[in-house]
Design a protein around this ligand. Structure first.
Ligand SMILES: Cc1cc2nc3c(=O)[nH]c(=O)nc-3n(C[C@H](O)[C@H](O)[C@H](O)COP(=O)(O)OP(=O)(O)OC[C@H]3O[C@@H](n4cnc5c(N)ncnc54)[C@H](O)[C@@H]3O)c2cc1C
Length: 387
């Protein structure tokens, strides 16, 4: 894979420009040589997550809490560089980081301070347990239940589609505390994943993306101390949704990074592939199609960095991140598909990273909300205009 071609512009503004080179170096050394094996054998690479955490663990968490204190723009640059090499590794690392981030937002300072150091260091792996087999897009429809019994919480229920579900040590679990419908009775708990009464399914067999060990986790009356509540009922759902705004930008960065490297690989190949007395790239139709996808990529990255600027200015970026995630999902899907086609049959071979990455990119439509749910988020502002 070529990662030296300069197809896209760097984001403007004040940020640590060393992040890009450091993330590139990390991905080249710790991810690129192993990504295909991790995918083929379904290995969650704890060692590489630990290495990544040394430089990038707790990236957005303030330094006072042990994080790196990075900006949203820098975070997106890091994610793009990792995703150029492997979306699945990047997804695993980013979800783990997001778990630390939501814990850092908890008002329960003693629980936060107990959990954060090992998560930020990558010594323990975190998982975010919201989705259930019966409730995905409609997250407020979860049925996992937490009840206070003799002073401790007891949790019953099954979570589905949990990234790192097969190996996570610290589980951030959302559960309802009463029968009241909707999000108001949802609370958020810190559960020790290595404790009793927890059952994990085999990892799902997916179109691609076996590294993150996505699976079900069943809680069979798991005991949680009353004090181990991260977010009380009434605040947990809003905390989850707040973290999703940043998480959606992270998904956009994965799409944009993967699309960049797919186009680079494909353009390099098309410039060398001999045909009809020239090369593939001599055909104007091929040049124009690449041009269209490069325009989509530039637009997608502009939207993403513009949204990051809103977040850094302390403004609401819920709608902007929904636009960004949706746009990036579509741009990556069609652009990566084209990148494979422009390489002819070679693009479909497993020896090219494109095949693996294209499979991973399908998963990004669903993570942190589908494009249809992004339309619901964006459409809410239109509803306000109804007379
Ligand atoms: C690789 C991967 C990792 C994941 N990791 C995690 C994780 O770590 N933690 C976690 O909690 N979850 C995780 N998820 C779950 C993810 O958040 C859900 O898949 C997502 O929210 C969609 O839910 P669903 O799959 O149940 O689809 P459904 O909700 O069943 O939706 C089915 C279809 O209906 C559409 N739809 C739904 N509602 C509407 C509507 N109102 N109007 C129009 N269309 C609609 C959807 O867009 C979709 O196309 C992960 C998913 C994947 C694929």
């Amino acid at each position: 894979m070529t990662i030296s071609m300069n197809l896209v512009s760097d984001p403007q503004g004040d940020h640590d420009t060393s992040v890009k080179a450091r993330a590139q170096a990390f991905a080249r050394e710790h991810v690129a040589p192993y990504a295909e094996t991790w995918e083929r054998d379904g290995i969650y690479p704890k060692g590489a997550i630990f290495e990544a955490s040394k430089e990038f663990g707790g990236f957005l968490i303030p330094k006072e809490l042990g994080g790196k204190g990075g900006s949203v723009t820098e975070f997106l640059i890091m994610v793009e560089e990792m995703a150029k090499v492997d979306i699945a590794f990047t997804l695993a690392f980013v979800v783990h980081n997001n778990v630390a981030y939501i814990i850092s937002q908890s008002p329960n300072a003693s629980l936060r301070d107990r959990l954060l150091p090992a998560l930020i260091a990558g010594e323990r792996i975190g998982a975010f347990c919201l989705t259930e087999p019966g409730a995905g897009s409609d997250a407020a429809g979860i049925t996992t239940r937490a009840d206070l019994v003799d002073g401790d919480w007891q949790i019953f229920g099954t979570k589905g589609w949990i990234t790192a579900g097969g190996c996570a040590d610290d589980l951030v679990v959302f559960a309802k505390t009463t029968d009241t419908p909707g999000p108001k009775s949802v609370a958020c708990f810190a559960v020790d994943g290595n404790g009793p009464d927890i059952e994990r399914s085999d990892r799902y067999e997916l179109v691609s993306g076996h590294l993150p060990q996505v699976c079900d986790i069943t809680f069979k009356g798991v005991n949680v101390a009353e004090k181990d509540v991260l977010f009380e009922p009434g605040t947990a759902f809003a905390a989850a949704m707040g973290c999703l705004d940043a998480a959606r930008l992270g998904i956009a960065a994965m799409c944009n990074g993967a699309l960049t490297s797919a186009l680079e690989t494909s353009i390099e190949y098309a410039g060398q592939r001999k045909m009809f007395g020239g090369c593939t790239l001599d055909n104007q139709g091929i040049q124009w199609t690449f041009s269209e996808h490069l325009t989509q990529l530039e637009a997608s990255r502009s939207l993403m960095f513009q949204t990051a600027a809103l977040a850094e200015a302390g403004k609401s970026f819920t709608q902007a991140s929904a636009h960004s995630k949706k746009f990036a999902n579509h741009a990556a899907h069609s652009g990566m598909s084209w990148a494979m086609r422009a390489m002819g049959a070679t693009g479909t071979r497993r020896t090219s990273d494109l095949a693996r990455q294209f499979g991973h990119a399908q998963l990004l439509f669903n993570t942190d909300g589908t494009p249809e749910i992004m339309n619901i988020v964006i459409g809410r502002s239109l509803q306000a205009l109804c007379k």
